[in-house]
Each structure stands twice: as C-alpha cells, then as structure tokens.
Write a protein that binds this ligand. Sequence first.
Ligand code: PMP
Length: 318
Amino acid sequence: MNVASKIWKNGEMIDWDDARIHIMSHVVHYGSSVFEGIRCYKTANGSAVFRLREHIQRLFNSAKIYRMDAKFTVDEICDATVELVRDSGLEECYIRPLIIRGLNEDKPAFGVNPFPNPIDSYIAVWQWGKYLGEEALETGIDVCVSSWTRITSNSLPSMAKAGANYMNSQLIKMEAILGGFSEGIALDDRGYVSEGSGENLFLVNDGKLITPPLGAAILPGITRDTVIQIARELGIEVVETTVQRAALYLADELFFTGTAAEITPIRSVDRITVGAGKRGEVTKRLQEEFFKIIRNERPAPKNAPWLTFLKEQKTVAA
Ligand code: PMP
C-alpha cells in the first residue's frame, strides 16, 4: 500500500509511523470517532480534491451531533488536507480525516462518559484503487439483501459518519462476502431499502432515477448528491422515495454510489438478474459525466466549485 510519509495531527505534521494511540483511548472501547472519505483525482491541470468542502462540512456535522469540538475550522481542515496531499507527492489518493476521543495520560478516564477525554483530529492519505474491483465499474457486481437491519436514526444517527455505525456495516459486509457476494444492501427498521454497507443506492425505472430518502437511515452521500445533480442537468427525473425490497429485483438498472465505490453497477440481487445483467445505458451515461467532472474535462452542474486543485491554477490574462 502506497501511503503518505506524514499524517496531520492537531495542526502538526507527524511521521506516519508515529500516528499511534493508547489502547485505553476512549475511541477503542466505545467507538467514539467521526470521519470522512475523500478522493483526490489527477486531471490535466494537476491533481484536484473532489468536493473537499462538502466532505469537511459533513465531518463537522458528524462531530457536532456527537458534541465533539475539533478546535479547528472547516477552512483550516480543508487547507491542512490540501497541504498534506500536496506534500505526499501522490497524484491520486484517498483522504481520511478523522476526529476521535482519545486519552489524557496525565488524567486518565476510562468510563463511557466521553467528556473527560480529549478530542484529537487527524488526516491520513494513501493510494487506493477501485473499492469494489477494477472490473466492477463496467461489468457490475453481485449483491444480496442483508439479514441485518440498517441502524435506526434515533439510536445511531445515520446523518453522522461515525465509526460506530460501521459495526453495522461490517455485519452486512461480512455476511455478503461469506455468501459469495461483493456487497450487501440493508433494509431499514421498517423493511424499506436503505443502502449498502458503504454506498448509497439508485434504481433506474423507465428512464427515471429512484433513490431511498434520507429518512431511510442512509448517510447523506456526497456522490449521491453529485449523481442527483448530474441527472437533473441531463433532464433525468430523480425521485427520492421509499423502495421495497422486491423493487430491486424488478429495476431496469441498479447502481451504488460512494466516494470509494464511485458509480458501480449492480448486475444481480439475491442471484436474481437485474435488467440485462450488465451495466445499463443510464448508469453508463451518469458514469461518463461523473468521470469527466472529476477529471476536469467538463464543468460541474451549475459551474459548482467541486474541484480543489493542489496547486493554484494560473489564470490566463484576457
Ligand atoms: N453510505 C455509507 C454507509 C457510506 O459509508 C458511504 C461512504 N462514505 C456512503 C453511503 C456514500 O457516501 P459518499 O458518497 O459521501 O462517499
């Protein structure tokens, strides 16, 4: 694994090998972390981080829900991210900002009450290939509906990207892998379709995009929002509504979205072939636009500033 030599910790650059925590840190025992996953892509004008601000804003939203004060501003974390990625020398990478409840070794506290524990902020970057496999983007993947129910929002709020939520994701993922599938889709506590272990989900029916609403205990995915905006720009209708499990089997097309998964087609659910059993036309179209935007080959919808370049772009004098 190609990792950066430095990690940003509480405002300082430290060596990757020194980014260690005490076993009695609060986060290890009680899952008290919030984090992000962001990608930096190579473009013809140099490397650029995709939707950096939106990701860091979601990190701060997650921290707010859990009453964690990062002691830095969104701008400061954005700037630190750019500096770290630039110094890493990696042209393309995955970025992991993380806020945890640690341990004050001078005044240790080991109980559930998180307030006595210090808040530590980190950013790590490394090179990460295609999350669901190189071929997946073209051929699609086989998935199952999980026997595990997605976390409910009044026990673990799905609006927060919290480490603890991923115990639920791990149950979903392990069951899928052991059953011979690439990924699992969880239903929410009402039995409606929610999301994958680390991806949002879209159906295509009669040329329309359908996706579960935020109320279905999903993470408000930034790729989900990206796809919705691209689709609307292309004149594709997008409907956020509850989805029954059986509708997955009957969809014309189905795909996952996520920073790691990007836009990954799904070719079967529970061994029932979806549509033609390969990437559909709408999925392909959305992928094409998505990849053009992240590679700076076309502007984002409404010219939104979705790319943060590592190097200031030189503006050509008119
Ligand atoms: N749902 C879950 C549970 C996830 O972990 C992720 C990945 N962050 C997503 C959805 C997709 O979110 P995004 O597009 O912001 O990466």
